[in-house]
Design a protein around this ligand. Structure first.
Ligand SMILES: Nc1ccn([C@@H]2O[C@H](COP(=O)(O)OP(=O)(O)OP(=O)(O)O)[C@@H](O)[C@H]2O)c(=O)n1
Ligand SMILES: C[C@](O)(CO)[C@H](O)COP(=O)(O)O
Length: 373
C-alpha cells in the first residue's frame, strides 16, 4: 500500500444531467455509480484511505452502502475538495470526479507510476479538431483536455487551495501557486459524465438490475376531539381530527414508510423527527413531496403503491378517488397505480372501538433504467 489517499468527489447536484436522478446514483447492476467507482478503486489496494465526498442530502443514505470515509461536500467542487483534504494525512493524494466512472486499474497504476515526479501528475487528451477561440483559429497542439484522476503532493495541494481564486482542477491551483505539473496521456475511458448523452460514450457500465424492491409501512393515530381530519392527502368531513405532531395523516405516514422501506432509506421518524418543531402541524403532503424527490434523486422509480385503511369511522368510500388522484400526482405515477382499500376490524380492538385509525401500505420500486433514455 502506498502513502496515498483517494478522494472521490461525489457531492455535485447533476444540474447539467437534466434528469430527476443524480448521476452518482445511477445503478450499475445493483450498485450506485459512486460505489461502483469506489469499489473498483479499492480493489487496486493502493490506497490507505478512500474518502467519498457527498452532499448533505446524500451522505446518510450513502453510509448505508459501505464503510468508506464520507465527508460532506460544499457548494462548489473546490469547496468539496477542501473539506475532504482536511482528512488527508498521507504524503500524496489522488483526486477524481466520481463522474469519470470508467477509470480502471491500469490507468490508475499508470498515473501512480509517476509519483514523486512533480507536484501534480495530470492526465490529458490532445485535441483532434480545429479550435476557434473568439473567431480566431488557434494552434490546437497548444490545447489540452484535462482529466482526472490527478495525483498531487498533499502539502502542495493544501497550500494551493489557500489561494483566494476558485480553480476547476487541482493542477491549475498548484501551478497558480508556483508548483510543478507533469502531463501524461489520458484515456477515453476517463470521459466525464456531464450530460445524458455522455453515458453512450462509456462502455464499462452495465445496465441496472431489473429487481423489484418492495416495502411496507404501518401507522396508527388516535382520534382527537378537535381539529381537521386529513387522510391520504384529502380533507375528510369530520368534527374531529387525529392526535399527532404533524397534521396526523396516518395514510401518508404509512405510505412514506413503505416507500422508504423499499428504497432502503430508513423510516419516517429518522427523516422527520417528531420532536422537531419544523414539522409541528405540517401538511403531510409536504413530507411526502420531500420523500418523493429523494426517491427519484437516488435512482428509483415507483411502480405502484397499495394502502389498506383500517377504520370503523370515518367512512372512506367517497374519498378513495380523491386520495388516488392526490397521491398519484405527488408520486408522479398514474392514478391506476395507487390503490386505496378500506376495511373495518369487525368492532374489535382500538379501531373497532372507534378510538383511531391504522393504515398498512405497500410500495414497489425499480431502479431507474438509464439505458432506455
Ligand atoms: N459542489 C460540488 C460540485 C461537484 N462535485 C463533484 O465534482 C465532479 C465534477 O463535477 P460535475 O461533473 O460538474 O458534477 P455536478 O456538479 O454534479 O454537475 P453539474 O455541474 O451539472 O451540476 C463530480 O463528480 C461532482 O460530484 C462535488 O463534489 N461538489
Ligand atoms: C476537474 C475536471 O474534471 C477536469 O477536466 C473539470 O474541470 C471539472 O469541471 P466541472 O465543471 O466541475 O465538471
Amino acid at each position: 500500500m502506498l502513502n496515498l489517499t483517494l478522494i472521490l468527489l461525489a457531492a455535485g447536484s447533476s444540474t447539467r444531467f437534466e434528469l430527476d436522478v443524480k448521476k452518482q446514483w445511477l445503478r450499475v447492476g445493483q450498485k450506485p455509480l459512486w460505489q461502483f467507482v469506489a469499489d473498483k478503486c479499492e480493489d487496486t489496494k493502493h490506497f490507505e484511505k478512500i474518502i467519498v465526498t457527498s452532499s448533505r442530502e446524500d451522505i446518510e443514505f450513502m453510509k448505508n452502502y459501505s464503510d468508506f470515509t464520507f465527508i460532506e461536500g460544499g457548494s462548489t467542487r473546490g469547496e468539496s475538495l477542501q473539506n475532504s483534504l482536511s482528512e488527508v494525512t498521507t504524503e500524496y493524494v489522488l483526486v477524481s470526479d466520481i463522474a469519470r466512472s470508467c477509470i480502471n486499474k491500469e490507468f490508475l497504476e499508470r498515473i501512480i507510476s509517476h509519483i514523486g515526479n512533480s507536484d501534480c501528475i495530470v492526465p490529458y487528451l490532445p485535441i483532434n479538431d480545429t479550435i476557434v477561440y473568439e473567431d480566431n483559429t488557434i494552434d490546437r497542439d497548444k490545447v489540452k483536455i484535462i482529466q482526472t484522476p490527478q495525483l498531487s503532493l498533499t502539502s502542495a495541494l493544501k497550500n494551493a487551495l489557500e489561494l483566494p481564486q476558485e480553480f476547476t482542477d487541482e493542477s491549475s491551483a498548484i501551478v497558480a501557486n508556483g508548483g510543478s505539473r507533469e502531463f501524461i496521456l489520458g484515456e477515453l475511458n476517463a470521459h466525464k459524465i456531464t450530460h445524458l448523452q455522455d453515458l453512450k460514450k462509456l462502455t464499462c457500465l452495465s445496465p441496472p438490475s431489473d429487481d423489484t424492491l418492495s416495502g411496507t409501512g404501518f401507522d396508527v393515530h388516535a382520534f382527537d376531539n378537535k381539529g381537521n381530519m386529513y387522510l391520504g392527502g384529502v380533507k375528510i368531513e369530520s368534527d374531529y381530527g387525529f392526535k399527532a405532531h404533524s397534521d396526523g395523516d396516518v395514510a401518508i405516514h404509512a405510505l412514506i414508510d413503505a416507500l422508504l422501506g423499499a428504497a432502503g432509506m430508513g423510516d419516517i421518524g429518522m427523516m422527520f423527527p417528531d420532536n422537531d418543531d419544523v414539522y409541528k402541524g405540517i401538511d403531510s403532503k409536504e413530507l411526502l413531496k420531500i420523500v418523493i424527490t429523494k426517491i427519484y434523486n437516488f435512482g428509483f422509480i415507483i411502480i405502484n403503491v397499495d394502502l389498506t385503511i383500517a377504520a370503523e369511522k370515518p367512512k372512506i368510500g367517497n374519498y378513495k378517488l380523491a386520495m388516488r388522484k392526490t397521491l398519484s400526482s405527488i408520486l408522479n405515477i398514474e392514478p391506476s397505480r395507487v390503490n386505496i382499500k378500506a376495511t373495518t376490524t369487525e368492532k374489535l380492538g382500538f379501531i373497532g372501538r372507534g378510538e383511531g385509525v391504522g393504515v398498512i401500505a405497500n410500495a414497489n420500486l425499480k431502479y431507474f433504467d438509464w439505458t432506455k433514455v
